[in-house]
Design a protein around this ligand. Structure first.
Ligand code: GLV
Ligand code: MN
Ligand code: MN
Length: 428
């Protein structure tokens, strides 16, 4: 058995079907706990059943399909990615990994094959954080990293996560029931589009991920004084938006000086937000990332100090709250090796690419060993309607995933892991 047997036509059809679960006419918008995510969940549940899996939804709304292995009571090998999207994103970010996971199980089933270990395919409910700004909700809940205060995060309509879960038919008070016992898990592998240009430059369909950058997401508020746009002289204003504009440029300047750091202000909301009133307050989001945690922390500290200086000078106040923080995470040597062997089997180079983007694997690393496979995307574009992965690359990436999973779910390979299974056993 090897990865050549996957049904690429079925995969492309499923990716197209998922793309229909979207709001608006530009790109893909599928926010967590929305009508569009319910539509995607329904499709995924059906496909998981068709693939021979027993399907359940956990208390966070993660859809989980389980394909039993031959060893009773053995820990499950997990394959996953997410179903939510950014606003006006692409069709492959997250969806590709879910469809690929289902495909490899369906391929096994159609060949009458059962691995030694059970396989679970997980469609996480919220990786992007596009709705509540607190990213990795589904995988953090599963890894036991979700905090009660996360349930109070609000979307742009003021709806809390707890309220959104309730209207989705979930009971937020049960969020800790989503936590998995590390002993019941034998590793986590995620296939994802690269979202960058390296594979294209290397002229290769897919590669192994070496590790995932650490990240912090913050919400900040600049407070000034709203007043009449026609009567208050320029020198007497306390314009929160003018201050926020200076802060945005400071973010760009500070991160630009630190080679390993990227920082982004992705959203600004202006209050009261009308043409003839001087902005009285601005709320914004700040996203800071780096492969080096110390650099990321230093950048965030410097940004906040500079924002406070700018605000003081302008008679404004500045407050900033970190809503999510994750340390940089290396992929496990065992899983990287399995991916590299699967690449070699296909005559592909053993490329190791660091991931600047966040992934569910980042949270899952608190639960078990993680690995990732990146698939080439056109021009490195992602989080954009133009995101594109060639079908042949979808096929190659999924074949590599299948070969790696076959290796990782074989009893003799799993044995080594089971003997040393400890929580957070990721080793570079
Ligand atoms: C998700 O794609 C992220 O990196 O924020
Ligand atoms: Mn993603
Ligand atoms: Mn994304």
């Amino acid at each position: 058995m090897s990865g050549d047997k996957i049904n690429l036509e079925r995969m492309m059809h499923r990716l197209n079907q998922l793309a229909l679960c979207s709001r608006g006419s530009r790109g893909i918008t599928r926010l967590s706990f929305s009508r569009e995510s319910e539509c995607a969940n329904r499709l995924v549940r059906d496909w998981m059943r068709e693939a021979g899996m027993v399907v359940r939804m956990d208390p966070l709304g993660n859809v989980i399909g389980r394909y039993e292995g031959r060893r009773p009571g053995a820990p499950a090998f997990l394959i996953g990615s997410h179903l939510d999207s950014v606003i006006e994103g692409g069709k492959y970010d997250g969806a590709l990994g879910v469809v690929a996971g289902i495909e490899i199980v369906q391929t096994l089933r159609e060949r009458g094959l059962r691995p030694d270990l059970p396989i679970e395919v997980i469609a996480f409910c919220d990786e992007e954080g596009a709705r509540f700004h607190t990213t990795l909700l589904g995988s953090r809940a599963m890894a036991g990293m979700l905090r009660e205060e996360d349930l109070c995060a609000r979307d742009s309509d003021g709806i809390t996560l707890a309220e959104a879960m309730r209207s989705f038919g979930l009971d937020p008070s049960r969020y800790t029931d989503a936590v998995r016992d590390p002993q019941s898990v034998a590793g986590y592998l995620e296939l994802h589009i690269e979202q960058g240009p390296v594979l294209e430059r290397e002229d290769q369909a897919c590669g192994a991920v070496s590790g995932i950058a650490g990240a912090a997401r913050c919400r900040f508020r600049v407070e000034g004084r709203a007043s009449h746009a026609g009567t208050v002289p320029m020198s007497l204003r306390r314009d929160a938006l003018a201050g926020a504009a200076e802060i945005v440029l400071a973010v760009e300047r500070i991160a630009g000086r630190m080679p390993s750091v990227v920082a982004t202000v992705g959203q600004l909301r202006v209050f009261p937000g009308t043409s003839n009133v001087i902005p009285g307050a601005v709320e914004g989001t700040l996203d800071v990332r780096s492969m080096e945690d110390e650099q990321r922390q230093a950048a965030l500290k410097e940004i906040c100090e500079e924002a406070e200086r700018i605000s003081r000078r302008r008679g404004l106040s500045f407050t900033c709250r970190t809503v999510m923080e994750a340390a940089a995470t290396p992929c496990s040597a065992r899983l990287v090796q399995a991916v590299e062997e699967a690449l070699a089997k296909r005559g592909l180079k053993p490329l190791r690419i660091p991931s600047g983007a966040g992934h569910d694997a980042l949270a899952m690393a608190s639960l078990t060993e993680v690995g990732m496979i990146f698939v080439r995307c056109r021009n490195g574009i992602s989080h954009h309607p133009d995101e594109y992965v060639a079908p042949e690359d979808v096929g190659t990436g999924t074949a590599v995933l299948l070969d790696a999973v076959l290796e990782l779910t074989a009893a003799e390979t799993a044995e080594k892991f089971l003997n040393k299974a400890v929580k957070g056993a990721n080793t570079p």
